[in-house]
Ligand binder design. Structure first.
Ligand SMILES: Nc1nc2c(c(=O)[nH]1)N[C@H]1C(S)=C(S)[C@@H](COP(=O)(O)O)O[C@H]1N2
Ligand SMILES: [Mo]
Length: 319
């Protein structure tokens, strides 16, 4: 932990009021319509750089719900309301700024305390591990949430293949460093690269996903393409984007947000409505696209699957 980072004013809860956000979105839509009428037909895709899934894939995905019956968010919301500080702290600005970010080719190095370290090409991982659709709730620590239909495969499949040694107890993840493509990485207020970590048993849990696609299509840059981690029972910042390194280690690894503010962003950071953020309540959340707030669920609704990982830990403590 570096004391220099402690004075950074980060993460006031949901700085952008909904009306402002909606107004900006309406404006962007209106601009798209205008450009279309001027015969710039390719304007929208170029604006965002997002490989739009086919209409059929999008329609199929948008009709789905999670296991609690909550509908998935729209493709538009999922790709235009993003936390991705390597580009900008403005959630509505990530799509445009990441439009030229290259997500292919993509390589991921798996190393550290393993018998078979290896650098993988993303297309080989996809061929080998056969991504499946997983519809997960994503609950940001800032108290908003979405339902997102990912394509991906359990991280456990990859970890088993590299064979962690008996000394391996944690997994460390690192985001790509490309300051020329990611303007936020030139901002040295943040201790780049973005890093995250999981305990090995959390990493091996079947819910823990390496996402390689979304909404029946590729994984858009703004959602963490080439490949990102998704850990649905933890606050969203644990689900690190654009992963290029996965390292098995013996000690609990440093994470970027814990380095900045350990009391606010602990290593575990399991979604817990009973433990408030020091600066705001975690008892409820705003589902993007809904008007009324809803109650936040213990472990983001995944308690049946994951609570046993934390036997013996006091759930009233913000770890
Ligand atoms: N590398 C990186 N990963 C990141 C972030 C980030 O700024 N950089 N933001 C996190 C936060 S706070 C959230 S809520 C989710 C948002 O994911 P989404 O934009 O795909 O919805 O990504 C997480 N992963
Ligand atoms: Mo977040």
């Amino acid at each position: 932990m570096d004391a220099n980072f402690k004075s950074i004013p980060v993460r006031s809860s949901e700085i952008t009021p909904k009306q402002v956000y909606l107004t900006r979105r309406d404006f962007i839509k209106a601009a798209g319509v205008l450009a279309g009428s001027m015969a710039l037909a390719a304007c929208a895709p170029q604006l965002t750089g997002t490989p739009e899934p086919t209409t059929a894939a999008q329609a199929a995905a948008s009709a789905k719900t999670d296991e609690l019956g909550d509908p998935v968010n729209t493709f538009d919301d999922i790709t235009h309301y993003n936390n991705y500080y390597e580009f900008t702290t403005d959630k509505g600005g990530v799509a445009a700024l990441s439009a030229k970010f290259k997500t292919s080719p993509w390589e991921v190095e798996v190393s550290g305390l393993v018998n078979k370290p290896k650098k993988y090409a993303l297309e080989d991982l996809i061929r080998q591990f056969q991504p499946e659709e997983r519809i997960y709730r994503l609950r940001c620590v800032e108290a908003w949430s979405m339902v997102i239909p990912w394509m991906g495969f359990p991280l456990a499949k990859l970890l088993k293949e590299v064979e962690p040694t008996s000394d391996a107890r944690y997994v460390r993840f690192e985001t790509v460093t490309r300051p020329d493509e990611m303007p936020g990485e030139k901002d040295n207020l943040y201790p780049w690269p973005y890093q995250e970590g999981l305990r090995l048993d959390e990493a091996m849990h079947d819910l823990t996903l390496l996402a390689t696609g979304m909404y029946g299509g590729e994984l858009p840059a703004q959602n963490g393409g080439g490949m990102r981690l998704v850990v649905p029972w933890k606050y969203g910042f644990k689900s690190i984007k654009a992963v290029i390194k996965i390292e098995l280690v013996a000690e609990q690894p440093a994470t970027m947000w814990s380095a900045i503010s350990p009391n606010e962003y602990g290593f575990y950071s399991n979604v817990n409505p009973q433990v408030d953020h020091p600066r705001w309540s975690q008892g409820s959340e705003r589902r993007i696209g809904e008007l009324q707030r809803r109650d936040t669920l213990m472990f983001n609704g995944y308690a049946d699957q994951v609570a046993s990982l934390y036997n013996g830990m006091d759930l009233r403590v913000n770890y």
